[in-house]
Design a protein around this ligand. Structure first.
Ligand code: ADP
Length: 250
């Protein structure tokens, strides 16, 4: 029996360029992205890699609606975010996008549970208790919810940060070097959960990293060079990612 799988595209980029204005009048500026086409399927775990200055942060900021491309289009679940007003873009980020930061960015005066719920509260949305319980259980942070960040290890803080990113069941989670501040074991915990969330919850994740080990948890790696996609790896391993990066650097 054959099954037809309908894959939905959650994030779609077409011809995305970004030129940062230079200081002086006639100066051409810096081209950070030179025409990026990218489709990210629902439930994909995508890692974006490339040398420093290749455009990873710029691409992520454009895809997440934190910055606007100079040209091209980006859609998130069929909404063209490049033409939205600032206000509607802010609403879309709050409602449909989750963020995980290298430095966690938890609020020190709130406990774990309050930190996780903060984005929902700010959006005036009611939490889904069953969903939150599933996320908290999978992250094994149930006994840390009453603690403030200062009472948690780095790995525990990042797992709270990941729960916060998923709390609103966003269309896509953008993770910027989510394991950059963690020891190897805590980093693995976070990466295993991210992968689990794509497989079990259908969560879509885009992760920027320079660590081949971290990228090997993704199911697809896109390599950037000089603001363009210069290669791609399916079913990456630490070795294949390292090899591809070395090739990229020539
Ligand atoms: P990566 O994240 O891969 O290190 P970035 O996206 O930060 O790369 O940068 C891509 C290019 O754009 C680099 O040449 C960088 O110097 C330039 N750039 C990034 N942000 C700015 C900015 N705000 N103003 C001017 N140039 C920038």
């Amino acid at each position: 029996m054959s099954t037809t799988m309908l894959t939905r595209t959650t994030v779609r980029a077409r011809g995305v360029t970004k030129v940062y204005a230079a200081g002086g009048g006639a100066d051409a500026g810096v081209q950070a992205l030179g025409g990026v086409d990218l489709d990210i399927a629902q439930g994909a775990f995508l890692a974006v890699m490339g040398p420093s200055g290749s455009g990873k942060s710029t691409l992520m900021h454009c895809l997440a609606g934190l910055d606007r491309p100079t040209s091209g289009t980006i859609t998130i679940e069929d909404t063209d975010i490049t033409t939205l007003s600032e206000r509607r873009l802010t609403d879309l980020r709050r409602d449909r996008i989750g963020f995980v930061f290298q430095q966690y960015h938890l609020l020190s005066e709130l406990n774990g549970s309050e930190n996780i719920l903060l984005p929902l509260r700010m959006a005036g949305r009611r939490p889904d208790p069953a969903w939150l319980e599933a996320v908290v259980d999978a992250l094994r942070i149930g006994d840390q919810l009453c603690r403030r960040p200062s009472e948690l290890s780095g790995g525990q803080q990042q797992r709270v940060g990941v729960a916060r990113a998923l709390a609103a069941r966003p269309a896509v989670v953008f993770a910027d070097e989510p394991t950059g501040n963690l020891d190897a074991a805590s980093g693995r915990d976070v990466l295993e959960f991210l992968r689990y969330s794509t497989r079990e919850f259908g969560q879509t994740i885009v992760m920027v990293t320079h660590d081949p080990m971290a990228a090997s948890y993704a199911d697809r790696v896109v390599l950037l060079l000089d603001g363009r996609i210069s290669g791609e790896l399916a079913t990456p391993t630490p070795e294949s990612v390292l090899g591809a990066l070395q090739e990229l650097r020539g």
